[in-house]
Design a protein around this ligand. Sequence first.
Ligand SMILES: Cc1cc2nc3c(=O)[nH]c(=O)nc-3n(C[C@H](O)[C@H](O)[C@H](O)COP(=O)(O)OP(=O)(O)OC[C@H]3O[C@@H](n4cnc5c(N)ncnc54)[C@H](O)[C@@H]3O)c2cc1C
Length: 402
Amino acid sequence: MAKTSKVIVAGAGPVGLLTALALAKRDVSVLVLESEPGLTLDLRAGTYHPPSLEMMAPYGITDEMHKTAIKVPRWQIRDKREGVIVEWDLSVLKDVTAYPYRLHLEQHRLTPIIRAKLAQFPNAEVRFSHEVTDFSQSADSVKVTARTADGLERLEAQWLVGADGGRSTVRKSMAVGFEGYTWPERFLVASTGYDYEPHGYTLNAYVADPEHWNAMFKMPGDGPPGLWRVLFPVKPEEDEEAALSDENVERLMQSFQPKAGTYPIRYKSMYRVHQRVASNFRAGRALLVGDAAHLNNPIGAFGLNGGLHDAVNLADKLARVCHGEGDTGLLDLYVRQRRTVNLEYVQEYSVRNLKRLIAKTDAERRQNFDELREVASTPEGRRSFLMVSSMIASVQRANAIT
Ligand SMILES: Cc1cc2nc3c(=O)[nH]c(=O)nc-3n(C[C@H](O)[C@H](O)[C@H](O)COP(=O)(O)OP(=O)(O)OC[C@H]3O[C@@H](n4cnc5c(N)ncnc54)[C@H](O)[C@@H]3O)c2cc1C
C-alpha cells in the first residue's frame, strides 16, 4: 500500500474496523492504526440491535454473526421482589426490520469477522502496535504520528477518523470537550455456565432493585450451551480487588439466584461507566466515531450499536467527499445527525433505563412499573417502546435531519 492513504483510522475496535471496511468497499484507500499488538479480547459489549444488523448485512458480517450468535426475540424488565414486570416481544417489529430480535455475540467475536472482511480489500491495511500519539492538519491533509516498536512513525492522509475508544487521543488532540459525568457505582460482570432459563429468565433481562439490581445476557461463549453474563453494581467505597475476589463473586451470584454448590465462573471483570458526549465530532479533517465520540452506561446496549451507526453514516459521506463531491456540508451533516441522536436517544434512554433499575423509593418503583405496564398494555404502546429500545427510532430520526 502507498505510504499515503486517503483516510487513517485510529483504533481497530469494532467501530474503527467497520468504518475502514465501509470506506474500502467504496474504493477509498484506508489505513487502520491500532496500539495493541492484536485485536482486543476483553469482555465488553455483546448485544446487537436490528439497525446494526441491517447496516452490517451488505458486508456479509450479519450472516457470519448468525452462525454462532444467539437470537433474543423476547426480553424482560423484572423486579427482584415482584418478578416479571413486562416481557417484550420484538416480533411485533417484523414489518419494519428483517431482524426482529436482539442478537447476542461477544464483541471480541465480532471484530475478527470484520477484520477478515477487511482483509479482502487490497486498498485497506491494518497496522498493529501503532499507537497514535498526535496529529496536525493543514488545508488539505492530516499528519499523524504513531509510536511503534521502532520509534515514532509519521504518516499522512487526507482525513483522520478517531475510533480510538473512550480515552481517545484523537479527541484530545482535537481539543474538543467531553462533557458529562461518571456514575459513582462501578459495574462488575461475571460469566457462568449455569443456566438461568429454567428459572423463567429470558436470554436478556433487567432486574430492578434499590440495592442489588442486575442485568443478564446469555452469550454464545465457545458454543452451546453458552455462558450467562450477570452484571452487578459495586459501591464506590468498595475495593476493586475485594469486589472481584472469588468469595465476593460467589456471594453476589448466590444472592441473585441461590443454588446448591458453588457457581462455575468463567470470567469476571469490573469497569467504570460514563455518560459523556464530545462537544463536536469534527475538527477540520479529523472526525470522531464510537466511544471516542460518546460514552453511556450499558443498560439498553446502545453504546457499541450507536458507534456502528456512526461508522456507516460517516463512511458513506466521507467516501463521497474523497471521490470529489466536495465537502459542501456533508461531514457537518454527519455530526448533526449522529451527535443529535446520541444526545436525544442514547444518552436520554440509557440514563432512563439505569435509573429505572436503581430507583430507591417504593413510590418511584411503583410509578416506573405502572408506567411500563401501561405502555405494554396496548399494541401501539408496545410498538413505540420497542422502536426506541431497538434503536430503529434513533436511526429514523438521524436520517430525517438535513
Ligand atoms: C470494560 C468495558 C466493558 C464494556 N461493557 C459493555 C457492555 O457490557 N455492554 C455494552 O453495551 N457496552 C459495553 N462497553 C462499551 C462497548 O464495549 C463500546 O461501546 C465499544 O467497544 C465501542 O467500540 P469502539 O470501537 O468505539 O471502541 P473500542 O472497542 O474501545 O476500540 C478502540 C480501539 O482503539 C485502540 N486504541 C486506543 N487508543 C489508541 C491510540 N492512541 N492509537 C491507536 N489505537 C488506539 C484500542 O486498543 C481499541 O482497539 C464496555 C466498554 C468497556 C471499556
